[in-house]
Design a protein. Structure first.
Length: 335
């Protein structure tokens, strides 16, 4: 039975799914992570990216293992998996080619082709939710195992919520928290417009990114930017919230994300918070509204008044780990 597993991902240190996968597989297998030897970033960004990706692809080509577990996005760096011997697990954590259509439609066609090639080469295919699994099965005519992005049971606060609030000068009647990168993935115009309609509430934005300077300039006084915090501190901010928000933008006509794959949603849910979200598939885990200021702000107000049910906590160890180990059992039984 194959027992040596090598996990590969573009940025292993910051890939939460990789480390949860490693912890689960290590209970039955000898698991290693391929760390990149070249990490330097310098201008022009395109050249440094090519060097980083190319170097990692070469490391992957020269690697040796019984099972190569490929965590996608971007997929170009994993082309060596097409020619390597041994078993291959393709972990399709992101519909990367769809997201590329917004900015690089020409490149997205090639990205989709690489995704399909890797999925067809793989002995076992994993993904993060039922919607993407069905799409991938139609494209490849292969079985796909769903391993949701649920947080570990260790995702818990270590500070009292009132202490966290006091530290950051909370003085409103309710606290709304957003955690994540400040990028175009999220509709911050919707969030800020809603904060203006709810002046009695305080909004904390926990994270940083390229949009931060612009957002600070246009934010009302009841919005606080707390910056990026270490991941182990994130539960403290979620724990302090009355309501958590996920104002996602739509980047394609078909909705492909839900309560199984969006880390933000599942980390909010892990602490039993009411959640207001946009542009996701319907779920009882959150209040789904249109990207409309009136609807979004009204949903936040109702959630603060107890009008929206808190999300149900779901954890990796209870659901995701079991699905992952079942997929591996099937893979190894075919050896």
């Amino acid at each position: 039975m194959p027992g040596n597993v090598l996990l590969v991902a573009q940025d292993p240190d910051s890939t939460t799914r990789l480390w949860l996968t490693k912890a689960s597989l290590s209970k039955k297998y000898d698991v290693h992570v391929l760390k990149p030897k070249f990490k330097k970033r310098f201008p022009p960004r395109a050249i440094s990216a090519v060097l980083r990706y190319g170097s990692y692809a070469f490391q992957e080509l020269l690697s040796s293992s019984d099972i190569l577990h490929v965590i996608n996005s971007p997929d170009f760096i994993h082309l060596p998996a097409l020619v390597k011997g041994g078993k291959v697990v393709y972990d399709y954590r992101s519909n990367y080619s769809d997201k590329l259509k917004l900015s690089y439609p020409y490149i997205s066609r090639y990205a989709a082709k690489v995704e399909e090639m890797l999925a067809k080469r793989a002995d076992t295919v994993l993904t993060v939710n039922d919607i993407i699994a069905m799409r991938l099965m139609r494209r490849t005519n292969k079985a796909v195992h769903v391993v949701p992005n649920y947080p570990s049971r260790g995702f818990r606060p270590d500070r009292d919520p009132n202490e966290v609030r006091a530290t950051h000068g909370f003085s409103a009647s309710g606290l709304i928290v957003f955690v994540g990168n400040l990028t175009d993935t999220y509709d911050f115009d919707l969030l800020l417009a809603s904060s203006k309609r709810l002046p009695n509430l305080e909004f904390w934005i926990v994270g940083s990114g390229k949009m931060e300077a612009r957002l600070r300039v246009k934010s009302p006084g009841n919005v606080k930017f707390l910056g990026k915090v270490p991941h182990e501190q994130v539960p403290n901010f979620i724990g302090a919230a009355d309501v958590c928000v996920a104002p996602l933008r739509a980047y394609q006509r078909d909705i492909v994300h839900n309560d199984q794959d969006v880390w933000k949603i599942n980390e909010y849910a892990a602490l039993g918070k009411p959640i207001v979200a946009t542009n996701l598939a319907p779920s009882q885990q959150y209040e789904l509204v249109k990207s409309d200021v009136g609807e979004f702000s009204e949903a936040i107000r109702r959630a603060c008044q107890g009008g929206i049910e808190p999300a149900e906590p779901r954890f990796w160890e209870d659901i995701s780990e079991l699905a992952l180990l079942r997929a591996y059992e099937g893979l190894c039984s075919d050896s």
